[in-house]
Ligand binder design. Structure first.
Ligand SMILES: [Zn+2]
Length: 377
């Protein structure tokens, strides 16, 4: 493995990388799309190859090659705020060749060194995001630590009695937070003291992690029992909007893609037997029996096969002790479904419950090692 990684880079590798590039992708500061290099390779090939190989074999890159244009792409029709843009980097072709050659070498090794749970490393993305690959790995590790940091702060506040969380059945365990990748759900009682404490925790977290909470994506959801005056005070205190219900059914299932006129066929990519709604994809597809039946028989009893996924989720929440495993199973099913949808070999579905349990276990045992959380509040 190591010998493959360290031998000198060759002209063939540069040419192979160029062939895979999208001919008309937006140019970087060199002003040339890949089609120019592909068409006039006989003329420019030797010079380009020696420039690329010089970077790769002699570890030196002229600063100009590293220059990129950063461009804002609107995410919505009429953007008004910064957060409605996504930024992309447009790199020089020589830079892209360097990173593509590196990515091609690493490509065969990736399955051995990167966990399949990291959706950032899905095939298809590797080709375009290869520049970020090393960075992503570090970022992922840092993020895991940071998430664990938030986890620790909330646990401590709950232990000290500052926030009480919610309990869905009498004497059941209290749930204070759920964290999935970059999304977090925090639960507390609708009192000014508890909300103020959540506010303090989030500020501490922001200061310690140098991550910023995206206030445009932060919302409050009140229970029906919360008096309107209290709702108003909390909304004013936290300065984020209230929503009445979390958006349902926005997953890009085939039914939804057909409805948005992006696809013509709506059958489930796993079994090809029925239209793929969210509840079908995540819950009732017969291929998923091996995942759900052994451990969630009670939950299956409590739902009908026609339930919307929101209802199934609601039932799942009745048992807070297994909700984290449930959520991870759902996420693993969706990742495996995506592999099936893109024609990749499907992982063994029967292993999903065990993987989900070990993810929850791993997360619960992850504690910040180096990160000391400074007190700021
Ligand atoms: Zn199916």
């Amino acid at each position: 493995m190591n010998r493959n990684l360290i031998h000198s880079f060759t002209k063939d590798e540069v040419e192979a990388a160029l062939r895979t590039m999208e001919p008309l992708s937006a140019p970087g500061p060199d002003g040339m799309p890949p089609t120019f290099f592909q068409t006039y390779w006989l003329v420019v090939g030797d010079d380009v190859t020696s420039a690329v190989l010089n970077c790769l074999n002699n570890y030196s890159m002229p600063a100009d090659i590293n220059h990129t244009f950063i461009t804002l792409i609107p995410k919505v029709k009429s953007p008004e705020k910064n957060s409605e843009y996504r930024f992309i980097s447009l790199c020089n072709v020589i830079y892209k060749l360097v990173s593509q050659v590196l990515a091609n070498r690493l490509h065969g090794l990736l399955p051995d060194i990167i966990s399949k749970n990291q959706s950032a490393f899905q095939a298809g993305r590797i080709i375009t995001d290869n520049i970020l690959m090393a960075y992503e790995t570090l970022h992922y590790m840092k993020h895991q630590l940071e998430t664990a940091g938030l986890h620790t702060l909330i646990e401590k506040a709950a232990r000290d009695g500052h926030i009480r969380g919610i309990s869905l059945c009498k004497n059941g365990p209290r749930l204070t937070h759920l964290v999935f990748a970059d999304d977090s759900l925090l639960f507390c009682r609708a009192s000014l003291q508890e909300c103020d404490h959540i506010h303090i925790i989030l500020s501490e977290y922001e200061a310690a992690s140098s991550q910023k909470l995206n206030r445009d994506k932060t919302t409050l959801l009140f229970s029906k029992a919360t008096p309107p005056e209290m709702q108003e005070s909390i909304i004013n205190m936290l300065g984020v909007p209230e929503i009445k219900q979390y958006e349902n059914d926005s997953l890009p299932t085939r039914v939804n893609l057909v409805r948005r006129k992006l696809l013509q066929v709506d059958t489930c990519p796993n079994c090809n037997l029925a239209p793929e709604s969210a509840s079908y994809a995540l819950w009732s597809c017969p291929k998923l029996d091996v995942v759900w039946f052994p451990h969630f028989a009670k939950l299956i009893e409590a739902t009908s096969s026609l339930s919307a996924f929101a209802e199934i989720l609601h039932s799942a929440f009745q048992d807070p002790s297994s909700i984290e495993v449930f959520a991870n199973i759902v996420s693993l099913i969706w990742m495996s479904r995506n592999r099936a949808a893109f024609g990749e070999a499907c992982s063994n579905l029967g292993k999903i419950p065990e993987q989900a349990r070990s993810l929850v276990h791993e997360f619960n045992h992850l504690r910040p090692v180096h990160a000391k959380i400074p007190r700021t509040a």
